[in-house]
Design a protein around this ligand. Structure first.
Ligand code: GLC
Length: 507
């Protein structure tokens, strides 16, 4: 079946993002000619967010909706933790039973509309009335149910998208179910699927034993999802989709190599002909230092004066000496290995010999949590570690800090470096994935500081360079303006997605 669907469609050519001509909009778009896009994802801002995926689903769908070219809809599970202010306004639109292998389960559908986007929520209390989104022993079953429900709901509401755009492994089965069964029904036959990898580290791997019993797939489809003696849902979605993408051009290159691919590089290389890398954007209204109510004071690229107030108040709040001339280096991150904390551990104490302050906000691996808590104890008045996740404090740090450190070992895109830049905090990043594509080196007239190799001394060298520039107040001001004025909106990237959809639909 897979072979058949592959033969039936023409591959989409791979073109690096920068080289792609911005696609032109079709001549005249009416309600009838609007192409229909359905995003399938496990989380979406503002309803529920555990990371960058949610932000991208929220802001990209909004940007595509605003273009007026598409009927954009998004579908996610109705988790218990969907924010209350939205939950009360969800509209119940019906229910159906969803079959998956021998199971037959209730599925309620709720709807919410905002910003030219329609959101659907898949309700099943057994699967989703639990705290958080992930981390349960039966996540495979929960998201298999979700994906099967997505395809059933299309029939129930009579909405057959032109593009079924599935994000990350939790949505992979939607593409797989489409191509292994539903596409043989007349209404589903023209639906094309696009799969986006937000992080190749999480692939949805399961034992082959549960292929039929849990995922409801027959032996004839085993080859699609089988990889390394396991079921690998990400691999399956790559195989069946007309195109797949990842969230920056550099990461699209990197995942062809074992160092970055978490074992999937042979699959990526074999399917390279239909791979694209499109850099994420951020929502400029949501992250706006001019209007952000979490900030101690508001400011803009034209009038950045109040950033100094943000710094002073942040220092007071965190119990740091109020020192305008000591640069604050900040990190806001999950405390996990690939974010580059080993580099930080390697040289932070050398850096702390300089006149600087270091602020860390995040939770994660206990070894890092303990390390940074201990560092704060040993360097009172210089280091503050806040081991928690706090959205309000994160904005106070984005606005009050001077340098934002993000030395990731790998980073599919990363949004924090863009947010920091928008708030005039200069990003210092390793040249990988989306960090490389969004932050360019000061020395070459860019908007931040970068280093190439995953090496602690290289990072320290560039940090010292940044301190040097910080000391030249006029130079630093110019750099802050440049960072704040960098275009991190979706405008360009959304047009690349439009180009991708158009190419897929031509195929
Ligand atoms: C994942 C990636 C991150 C990316 C985000 C949104 O969280 O790790 O780099 O920015 O998805 O695509």
């Amino acid at each position: 079946m897979a072979t058949k669907s592959k033969k039936a469609t023409k591959p989409v050519e791979t073109v690096p993002c920068e080289a792609m001509p911005a696609p032109e909009a079709p001549a005249e778009i009416t309600v009838e000619t609007k192409k229909k896009i359905l995003f399938v994802a496990s989380e979406a801002a503002p309803f529920i967010a555990t990371g960058g995926l949610a932000e991208v689903i929220g802001s990209l769908s909004k940007a595509l909706g605003a273009s007026g070219h598409y009927d954009v809809r998004v579908i996610i599970p109705l988790y218990q933790d969907i924010r209350k202010e939205y939950r009360k306004d969800l509209r119940y639109i019906g229910n159906l039973n969803v079959r998956l292998a021998w199971r037959n389960q209730y599925c309620g559908i709720f709807e919410y509309r905002a910003d030219n986007v329609t959101y659907y929520f898949v309700d099943n209390e057994y699967y989703f009335k639990r705290p958080g989104c992930y981390g349960y022993y039966d996540d495979g079953e929960r998201f298999a149910f979700f994906c099967r429900a997505v395809l059933e709901i299309l029939g129930y509401i009579g909405f057959y998208p032109d593009i079924l755009h599935c994000h990350d492994w939790q949505a992979a089965l939607a593409a797989i179910y489409l191509k292994t069964g539903y596409c043989y029904r007349p209404e589903y036959q023209f639906i094309r699927s696009v799969f986006t990898i937000h992080n190749i580290e999480y692939q949805g791997k399961y034992s082959l034993d549960i292929l039929g019993d849990l995922f409801g797939l027959g032996e004839e489809h085993r080859h699609l999802v089988e990889y390394d003696n396991c079921i690998n849902l990400m691999k399956g979605a790559i195989e069946v989709s007309e195109a797949f993408s990842t969230v920056s051009p550099s990461y699209a290159d990197e995942i062809k190599y074992p160092y970055y691919s978490h074992g999937l590089d042979p699959i990526i290389r074999r399917n390279e002909f239909k791979l694209r890398g499109i850099l994420n954007g951020i929502d400029p209204d949501y992250y706006n230092p001019e209007t952000d109510t979490a900030l101690f004071a508001n400011y803009s690229a034209e009038h950045p004066e109040n950033k100094a107030v943000c710094k002073e108040e942040l220092q007071k709040m965190l119990g740091l000496p109020v020192r305008a001339d000591a640069p604050i280096v900040a990190m806001i991150s999950r405390l996990v290995g690939h974010k580059g904390f080993d580099l930080v551990k390697g040289v932070i104490e050398q850096a702390l010999q300089r006149d600087m302050q270091f602020v860390l906000l995040g939770t994660g691996d206990s070894a890092y949590e303990n390390y940074f808590s201990d560092l704060a104890r040993r360097y009172p008045g210089k280091v503050v570690s806040v081991i928690s996740f706090n959205a309000d404090l994160s904005r106070k740090i984005y606005s009050g800090a001077d340098i934002f450190l993000m030395p990731s070992k790998s980073e599919p895109c990363g949004l924090s470096q863009m947010i920091a830049s928008r708030y005039g905090t200069i990003a210092l990043v390793r040249e990988t994935g989306g960090l490389k594509d969004s932050i360019t080196p000061y020395g070459a007239g860019g908007n931040g500081f970068t280093f190439h190799d995953y090496n602690a001394n290289d990072m320290l060298y560039v940090l010292n360079e940044a301190f040097g520039v910080y000391a030249c107040k006029e130079e630093w001001k110019k750099l802050v303006k440049k960072a704040m004025e960098t275009d991190f909106t979706w405008s360009t990237s959304a047009s690349y997605y439009e180009g991708l959809y158009r190419d897929v639909l031509k195929s």
